[in-house]
Design a binder for this molecule. Structure first.
Ligand SMILES: [Ca+2]
Ligand SMILES: [Ca+2]
Ligand SMILES: [Ca+2]
Length: 588
């Protein structure tokens, strides 16, 4: 950019030359560049015209008195860090940067050249609240103005007369008292990249962030905020496409969203109004009348923004497609907002026991102390082939192992509607990744399902009947009776679960050979694919014992063995599972 200026600034006019042009009433007709490197004032009532590019030096002081105006017809206006733009010269020692009505108007076409180029504003604001603050800016260029190189801060006002302000990767920062006027569906701040419109010290006075997309004309997405909590700076951008993905109900969503950040996390009490226009892309089943404001942190699914998220009112945002939500307290957990129908989600609260891990009336946690089990879900291979990305930084306390939880279709229970990897704890409770919550299926809709539980070396089970599932948890306890699990009457050798004899029922263990013909039964004889004893020998590969997380570790103590005392011998455990039977079969 520096090179650009060096090629275009000729001659460099100093204070004397500019004052001469100004005071003489003969406005510059040249399109040559102008370099301002000292104090310079536009008097109240005067209108100055700049036809070429302008650069304001770090030590320059440009005063635009109230009622004065600079019409900028050049292509690029650059303010260097350290330069001062002042609203009044009345009190040099006590001025407030940026306050006043004197404005710089970005205007095209250029009467000398006919240029209608988009103009560039390099605002030179490094983040300081005082440096390089414009008093007032007006945009009157059909091709708009683009921010480049640095942020632009405005002390008093921004006026849209014609054309957009393209913030690109910069921030347009409005002071706590600055206002924006004239924005509508034809002229607004385009936030197509990472740049935002920021408002300092936002408090109870409503402020409209005039953001939008330029993908299609009229795609104007203003957000209005009022904050009765602790005043803070908020940065807002409208983004497209929708981020993050909303899950399976994507067609019911507005395909635009807003990203809102606060500078100091927490302490907000914000009423947020979001508006879109008919030009805005909508999902094929989006219905404005029933839409809610939804929110999401960066990586989760959308949910209703708060308890009052269904509140719909024109409220602080004018227009037919305005929605409002109140009492948002924290923008670190509500980063993204959109409009649509919330996915209510389904939760499963279940209790199961694994025969191999039983120790008295509870299960061991030997795979978790020290941690032998993986921190990522292990069901990404046959026969499960579950591609879920469930993982944790560390295994929560009390966890016995990973299990797979499935929602099965109410009419065709072999059809899996939704799947989650989750943990089973020593008391049998099946919990989500935090080690305590019920298991969430965030993209499933409320309804009747069979609940199925599967494990890597135990035979799977499913509920005897369908369960009415919703976002409200109801415990389904498989351990309390044989009839809790579906019983396949064609299987006569064994019931669906092992009767532990102490009033508890558990999933049958010993199923290390769990693919092909061996997937749904436990055996200690026969061809290798169905022979769960042969599976142990294959894992041992001649060794006496193999430590680690293995499907051949039937008693779940962290070591595979086929010899030795009964308490450490996985083969002995397998024989105990079988009892007098040649095979134990799965009822699922
Ligand atoms: Ca805050
Ligand atoms: Ca098997
Ligand atoms: Ca073992």
């Amino acid at each position: 950019m520096k090179q650009f200026f060096k090629q275009n600034i000729k001659p460099r006019l100093g204070l004397v030359a500019l004052l001469l042009l100004c005071s003489s009433g003969m406005y510059a007709q040249t399109t040559d560049g102008i370099y301002i490197d000292s104090a310079f004032t536009v008097k109240s009532g005067d209108t100055l015209r700049w036809y070429g590019n302008v650069e304001i030096a770090p030590n320059a002081k440009v005063t635009i008195e109230d009622g004065a105006k600079i019409l900028f017809y050049g292509d690029t206006l650059k303010v260097n860090p350290g330069a001062q733009i002042l609203g009044t010269a009345a009190a040099w020692s006590s001025f407030t940067p940026g306050l006043g009505t004197g404005s710089i108007v970005f205007q095209k076409s250029n009467p000398n050249t006919g240029s209608t180029n988009q103009q560039v504003l390099i605002g030179g604001n490094s983040g300081s609240t005082t440096a390089n603050t414009f008093v007032a800016i007006e945009i009157n260029n059909a091709n708009g103005v683009k921010l480049m190189g640095s942020n632009t801060r405005i002390g008093s006002s921004l006026t849209f007369t014609s054309g957009h302000l393209y913030v690109d990767v910069q921030n347009l920062v409005m002071s706590s008292v600055a206002t924006i006027a004239g924005a509508d569906a034809g002229k607004f701040a385009v936030t197509a990249s990472t740049g935002t419109v920021a408002k300092e010290g936002l408090a109870t006075a409503a402020f409209a962030f005039p953001v939008g997309s330029s993908d299609v004309p009229g795609d104007y997405l203003p957000a209005v905020m009022q904050n009765s909590g602790t005043a803070d700076q908020y940065n807002v951008r409208a983004i497209s496409p929708l981020t993050p993905a909303p899950g399976s109900n994507a067609s019911a969503y507005l395909t635009r969203s807003w990203q809102i950040a606060e500078t100091t996390p927490g302490g907000s009490n914000v009423i947020l109004g979001l508006q879109h226009n008919t030009a805005t892309n909508q999902g094929t089943t989006y219905v404005d009348a029933t839409a809610q404001i939804l929110s999401s942190p960066a990586t989760a699914n959308w949910k209703a923004a708060s308890a009052s998220a269904t509140t719909q009112a024109a409220g602080t945002v004018a227009g037919s497609s305005a929605h409002t939500v109140a009492a948002i307290t924290d923008f670190s957990t509500n980063t993204y907002f959109t409009k649509g129908l919330a996915v209510s989600g389904v939760v499963v609260s279940a209790k199961v026991l694994l025969q191999g891990a039983m120790s008295g009336t509870a299960m061991t946690t030997k795979l978790n102390a020290p941690t032998i089990m993986p921190t990522a879900q292990p069901y990404n291979k046959a026969p499960f082939n579950y591609a879920g990305t469930e993982s944790v930084p560390s295994i929560p306390a009390g966890v016995t192992d990973w299990v797979l939880v499935e929602l099965r279709d109410a009419n065709t229970p072999s059809t899996v509607v939704a799947t989650r990897a989750a943990f089973v704890k020593s008391d049998g409770s099946v919990v989500d990744l935090d080690g305590s919550s019920v298991v969430s299926f965030s993209t499933a809709t409320a309804g009747n399902y069979y609940i199925a539980i599967r494990h890597r070396n135990h035979l799977g089970i499913r509920s005897a009947n369908t369960q009415a599932l919703s976002s409200t948890a109801t415990l389904y306890d498989f351990t309390s009776g044989e009839a809790q699990a579906y019983q396949d009457l064609a299987i006569t050798t064994n019931p669906a679960m092992k009767d532990l004899g102490n009033g508890l029922f558990a999933m049958w263990g010993g199923n290390g050979a769990n693919t092909g013909g061996g997937a749904t039964n436990v055996r200690a004889t026969g061809a290798a694919v169905v022979n769960d004893y042969q599976f142990i020998l294959t894992v041992l590969n001649g060794a006496t014992s193999v430590p680690g997380y293995s499907n051949a570790d039937y008693n779940m103590d962290g070591t595979v063995r086929a010899t030795g005392a009964a308490v450490v011998n996985d083969y002995t455990f397998l024989l105990n599972v079988l009892g007098i039977n040649t095979a134990i079969s799965q009822h699922q």
